[in-house]
Design a protein around this ligand. Structure first.
Ligand code: HEC
Length: 158
């Protein structure tokens, strides 16, 4: 009798184990996990899409990579105490040049366009502040300009 009970008990435990591993099997499927993750990201991404063409997307990302590089250069030059060179980079690479104005005006979304123009103006203000060679004021101006990077990225996506 006792052996029969033990056999039944093992039978139950075994089939429970099978059910559990079949669930775990689903979770271990890497491609399914990535798919689910992407779906969730899409659902949770409430940023406004700019609806760009593939060519505009590529162009924008290249421009953005140039922005982040310019920021790194400015910070490095500030560390070296070369405020004039940092100021020149702020104006020429991030400021409201004719090229940047043209690029911002290519976008249909008015809010995006305005944020872009304000960002470039703040970079010109940063350029002027850097000329004072005042580290604290320059850091504050850098903080303001980077605020536009953060704000725009939180609001818009391609
Ligand atoms: C007016 C809006 C706006 C401003 C200002 C802005 N960006 Fe962007 N940036 C974007 C958008 C839109 C994308 C694409 C994001 C997406 O679709 O997820 C982007 C993408 C990027 C990327 C990703 C590039 C890649 O190749 O994947 C980097 C890096 C970046 N931005 C850096 C910056 C930095 C640094 C600043 C400030 C100095 C800045 N951006 C200011 C709108 C902006």
């Amino acid at each position: 009798m006792a052996i029969k009970h033990i056999t039944i008990l093992f039978g139950i435990l075994f089939s429970m184990g099978m059910v559990l591993t079949s669930f775990a099997g689903d979770d271990d499927d890497a491609s399914k996990q990535i798919e689910r993750h992407n779906m969730m990201n899409h659902i949770n991404d409430e940023r406004i899409s700019l609806g760009l063409s593939p060519q505009m997307k590529k162009h924008q990302l290249a421009n953005m990579r140039s922005h982040v590089e310019a920021m790194q250069t400015i910070i490095g030059l500030m560390g070296d105490g070369d405020f004039n060179a940092a100021s020149e980079i702020a104006h020429s690479r991030l400021g409201l040049t004719e090229d940047m104005k043209k690029m911002c005006n290519m976008f249909d979304n008015e809010n995006f366009k305005n944020l872009g123009l304000q960002f470039h103006k703040s970079a010109d203000a940063l350029g002027e502040t850097l000329k004072t060679k005042d580290m604290n004021m320059s850091l504050r101006a850098l903080h303001t300009t980077m605020g536009y990077c953060v704000e725009c990225h939180a609001t818009f996506r391609q």
